[in-house]
Design a protein around this ligand. Structure first.
Ligand code: FAD
Length: 601
């Protein structure tokens, strides 16, 4: 299957990936939709009964065992585990919907369940052999123990390919010996099953090289211990732990997947994680919008509800149209993920959704705090917690900076094909960013069968959007070609340009999804009954087009060099360097020493 996002960098529109917009779950699988409804009802019941108490989780910095037991009984720890192993075996779409509700209910519970179902257990579902699945999945589905996913280390975060933990085979070959340290591992303090990663020696092309391998480990294996848990800004009910492997003995049959192919395991699992995270951020923003509207309607100043003021309305409208955008992207993404066997096919779309939705919830939570004024900042109101809880989404499961590079470098790879030296220059950073094996094939397919136009009949109400959309896709292609021609292989170092290209692609993917969804709604209900959604579409598409043009206009701007120069000076000075405008204070002697020493270094 081609990738829509990869295609648009080459000016190629794969309409069939967006149109017709997929029908909702209720129509596709009523039985599964009923199961999803039952899970959502159970969750709401737990909230009503006070079992789920976000303020308490936040204050106590933990989620009690009784809550985990209740979640397990209701099936929340079995969501992504196949039925044959006692799980609910939810489809991607159903899982995204349930995960959204979890996130809307409590961000910490969502992290606990997300790490268990979407990362730890998922690694075994995707890469475990029959024996490993039979051994571990049933207990995870019953919630007898939690699963974790341990990749990050003190020295390696984004650069996960180069983890420092090592695994050596024992002399008799019966087990592996792992040495290393893992940082901020969700559920790590109480997980009974952990998917982890360590460097192993493997042969490649006649030479011995070091490559990551994935393992299943348990805390009862000799050499494992939990060093400590950590305190955090947000999602404080969830717990992250530092794990130490000191000659950790892992039986040979606990290798997950193929020796030396562990990075593929890590990336593959995270790909699905990004989809889920985007679903969580989108549903979370719906709750933010609800609280924002409720507060703005109730709070009266100058004799009127603050919702009556134009500035407040601008904020509410932005949040609503952004949600419409993110929700529309998710509908397409879950469909792509359900219909494709190869996660490479939708990796860029998942990255686009994760970046868009995580920034949306952060921006929206910030506006919620602002609309609530002083109450936004103080307890016991929930607003400040929403802001704190939202922040992490831009950091974990691939930082948004890394994901933008991932989107742009992938996107330009196709158009760069013609210039040989660029193709190979891009390949190395791509590999490091977690590009997976099927890459070459999907790249070649990216433009095949696509045209530069949206070859679908859209309602005349959407005609103007369609024209702009096609024009912008052509502009992404010409801008991509221009930067490739200009920078040639240096493009990999021009991150400011890559960031802009990624932003342009994200906006176009979002707009395409919004048009597809709105068209479907118009077809089903008619324009008159879709007036509210068409308004959201209008607002989203116009604003998104503006953001697109801002990024486009900034490409090859001289300010990039200026920024580099300013950053160099700031670094050399060890921070801001202009003396105070009000009091011309001489620098402290010790500061001068520090700066001049840094310069010498
Ligand atoms: C609450 C919490 C829960 C977590 N849960 C888990 C878990 O369950 N399992 C797990 O394995 N990990 C987990 N993590 C780790 C998380 O995935 C990492 O924090 C994340 O991948 C980023 O790594 P880092 O923090 O080392 O940042 P770094 O990689 O050091 O990055 C720091 C900054 O530099 C930027 N940067 C890095 N490289 C580049 C580059 N090439 N170009 C431009 N900018 C760059 C980044 O975008 C970021 O802004 C968790 C972290 C937290 C805080």
């Amino acid at each position: 299957m081609p990738s829509f996002v990869r295609g648009i960098f080459a000016g190629a529109l794969h309409d069939s990936l967006l149109f017709p917009y997929p029908p909702p779950l209720d129509r596709r699988d009523p039985a599964e939709a009923r199961l999803v409804r039952r899970l959502i009802d159970d969750l709401r019941q737990m909230r009503r009964e006070g079992l789920i108490d976000s303020a308490r989780f936040d204050e106590e910095e933990t989620i009690g065992e009784e809550v985990i037991r209740a979640l397990a009984r209701a099936g929340f720890l079995a969501l992504s585990i196949p039925k044959e192993y006692g799980g609910l075996g939810l489809s991607v779409t159903a899982y995204a919907r349930v995960f959204g509700e979890l996130s809307r209910t409590d961000a910490s519970i969502a992290v606990l369940v997300g790490v268990h179902c979407g990362l730890g257990a998922k690694a075994i579902v995707l890469f475990g052999n029959a024996e490993q699945k039979a051994r571990y999945l049933p207990m995870l589905a019953r919630g007898e123990t939690l699963a974790a996913y341990a990749l990050t280390e003190p020295e390696t975060g984004s650069d996960a390919q180069h983890v420092k933990t090592v695994a050596r085979p024992s002399v008799d070959g019966s087990h592996w010996i792992l040495d290393g340290r893992k940082l901020w591992i969700g559920n790590g303090h109480r997980a009974g099953v952990i998917a982890t990663f360590a460097q192993t020696e493997v042969e490649r092309g006649g030479k011995m090289v070091v490559r990551p391998t994935a393992f299943i480990i348990r805390p009862d294996m000799p050499g494992f211990h939990v060093e400590r848990t950590i305190r955090k800004m947000g999602i404080r009910g969830s717990t992250q732990a530092e794990l130490v492997y000191e000659h950790l003995e892992v039986p040979a049959d606990h290798v997950l997947g193929v020796i030396g192919k562990g990075f593929g395991v890590a990336v593959h699992v995270l790909n699905g994680g990004r989809l889920t995270l985007a679903a969580g951020c989108t549903a979370g923003t719906k709750e933010v919008a609800r609280q924002m509207t409720e507060f703005a309607d109730q709070r009266v100043q100058f004799g009127r509800p603050i919702a009556d003021f134009d500035i407040t309305q601008r904020k509410i409208a932005r949040v609503a149209s952004d949600i419409y955008g993110a929700d529309s992207m998710l509908g397409i993404l879950t469909e792509l993920a359900s219909s494709s066997r190869d996660a490479d096919d939708w990796a860029l779309e998942a990255a686009c959704c994760k970046v868009f939705a995580s920034e949306m919830i952060w921006r929206s939570a910030d506006e919620l705090v602002q609309i609530a004024g002083g109450r936004g900042f103080v307890k016991p109101y929930a607003y400040e917690r929403w802001l704190r809880d939202s922040r992490i989404n831009r950091i974990f499961e691939g930082t948004n900076e890394i994901l933008r590079l991932f989107i742009a470098l992938n996107g330009i790879q196709g158009p760069a094909e013609r210039l040989k030296e660029i193709g190979s220059a891009i390949r190395q950073p791509l590999r490091n960013l977690g590009l997976i094996s099927g890459f070459a094939a999907s790249r070649l397919r990216s433009a095949f069968g696509a045209t530069p136009t949206l070859d679908v009949d859209l309602d005349e109400r959407l005609a103007v959007h369609k024209r702009y959309f096609e024009k912008h896709v052509a502009e992404l292609r010409s801008t991509t070609e221009r930067v490739i021609q200009h920078y040639r292989k240096d493009i990999v170092e021009r991150q400011q340009e890559l960031e802009r290209l990624a932003d342009m692609a994200i906006e176009l993917f979002a707009t395409g999804c919004v048009l597809a969804r709105t068209q479907r709604l118009i077809e089903e209900r008619g324009v008159a009954l879709t007036a509210r959604e068409v308004e959201l579409c209008d607002l989203f598409v116009v604003e998104s087009g503006r953001r697109f043009r801002t990024s486009r206009d900034a490409v090859q701007s001289p300010q990039d060099d200026l920024r580099r120069s300013v950053a160099r000076t700031v670094r050399a000075a060890g921070g801001y360097f202009v003396s105070d405008a009000i009091l011309e204070a001489a620098p402290e002697p010790q500061d001068v020493e520090v700066v001049s020493k840094r310069r010498q270094d």
